[in-house]
Ligand binder design. Structure first.
Ligand code: Z5A
Length: 218
């Protein structure tokens, strides 16, 4: 087993930001750079977490999940993911690439639902045991553009059914968090055409890999 802890990279953003597309590109770039990477997502990523995701996103439960329940379910899925996947992989020297992590709880349950930040921080200390990503890419774009993209994609899940002002609060919470932790966050303008977004993502990853001494992404 490697003595060197792996790196933890997360992707965050609002609806229709393009996380799925960017995740695939990051996965390919890391593999090309010879990095052994585990790809996962939140909520979900483990059998128990995926079952919890089904409850969280079920549109039939609209109006039937209290904000406190939603917050606890997000952290229940996270507790399992950290213990089953993220912590063991990092300890073995593998890298982890996750589509969302705890920042999403600060943005959606904190900003969107108005849950107190101290409550989220307390859960984070307990559940994630201080585990923080080494690099977080925030795909940021105006809410109207993102919702138009997401709604062109198929039926909405329970959270996607929220009104625009909910997603405006989510966006502001993400941006405030990125501004308060500039060493970890890189903000990507996700309203740009996909080619431009991926170019910026390549640049961010190349800079990160160079800082780790892991070579340069071409
Ligand atoms: N959630 C939470 O509340 N609290 C938490 O702690 C966590 C999560 C962890 C599920 O997450 C929900 O859980 C999510 C937050 C909440 N809320 N909702 N709803 P998710 O990440 O699985 O679901 P999502 O946010 O809806 O992600 P997504 O559906 O996978 O969207 P995306 O990955 O950002 O977008 P995409 O599918 O890559 O792109 C959307 C469309 O836009 C698609 O047709 C693309 O081809 C197109 N696209 C992408 N980029 C571009 C550009 N640059 N130009 C033009 N078109 C583009």
């Amino acid at each position: 087993m490697s003595a060197t802890r792996g790196k933890f990279i997360t992707l965050e953003g609002g609806e229709g930001a393009g996380k799925s597309t960017v995740l695939n590109t990051l996965r390919e770039l890391l593999a090309a750079a010879g990095v052994d990477v585990v790809v996962t997502r939140e909520p979900g990523g483990t059998p128990a977490g995926e079952a919890i995701r089904g409850v969280l996103l079920d549109p039939a439960l609209r109006g039937g999940i209290a904000p406190e329940t939603e917050l606890l379910l997000m952290f229940a899925a996270r507790a399992q993911l950290v213990r089953e996947t993220v912590a063991p992989a990092l300890a073995a020297g593998r890298w982890v690439l996750s589509d969302r992590f705890t920042d999403a709880s600060y943005a959606y349950q904190g900003g969107g639902r108005g849950q107190p930040l101290e409550r989220i921080a307390g859960l984070e200390r307990w559940v994630a045991e201080g585990l923080q990503p080494d690099l977080t890419l925030l795909l940021d774009l105006p809410v109207g553009i993102g919702l138009a993209r997401a709604r062109g994609r198929g039926p909405a899940d329970r959270i996607e059914l929220e009104a625009q002002d909910f997603f405006e609060r989510v966006r502001e919470a993400y941006r405030a968090r990125a501004a308060s932790q500039p060493a970890r966050f890189r903000v990507v303008d996700a309203s740009q055409p996909l080619d431009a977004v991926l170019e910026r993502v390549r640049g961010v990853l190349a800079e990160f890999l160079a800082a780790q001494g892991s070579g340069v992404v071409s």
